[in-house]
Write a protein that binds this ligand. Structure first.
Ligand code: ZN
Length: 133
């Protein structure tokens, strides 16, 4: 793992949340992007080498809608940057981690992403992400 690429935060109202995080960080988000396959709107803020990703559900079947219904708003996942996502998936499976999607899928912000089940990482949903070139 190279660094914490971003921390994903589930929010109910993207407009309100971007205002709060702009006030917190002292600057605006640098992009918004809808990820159709995941049913989410995202907004990204940089913070040093890492980012904050705000996630808002665009439909009730979205994982973010289900997360908020169950747990409320808050930290949803931690994403680690990796150089070779397939090699990392193999390495982590050997260590006993439960991989939610074997095949990397297209995530927000030009990334290939794989998720690990929270049950294998102390209740934290882990995302691996590799830059798409
Ligand atoms: Zn993410």
């Amino acid at each position: 793992m190279r660094k914490i690429e971003h921390i994903g935060i589930a929010v109910k109202d993207m407009q309100a949340a971007t205002q709060i995080y702009s006030a917190l960080l002292g600057y605006a988000h640098y992009k918004t992007e809808e990820v159709l396959g995941e049913g989410v709107n995202t907004a990204f803020f940089t913070c040093g080498e890492s980012k904050i990703e705000l996630l808002e559900a665009t439909n009730q079947d979205s994982a973010i809608a289900k997360f908020i219904a169950k747990k409320g708003e808050g930290v949803h996942h931690i994403a680690f940057a990796v150089d070779d996502i397939k090699a990392e998936v193999q390495r982590l499976e050997k260590q006993g981690f439960v991989v939610l999607n074997q095949e990397p899928k297209m995530g927000a912000d030009n990334k290939w992403v794989v998720f690990l089940h929270p049950k294998s990482s102390n209740g934290v949903l882990v995302e691996l992400c590799q830059e798409r070139n």
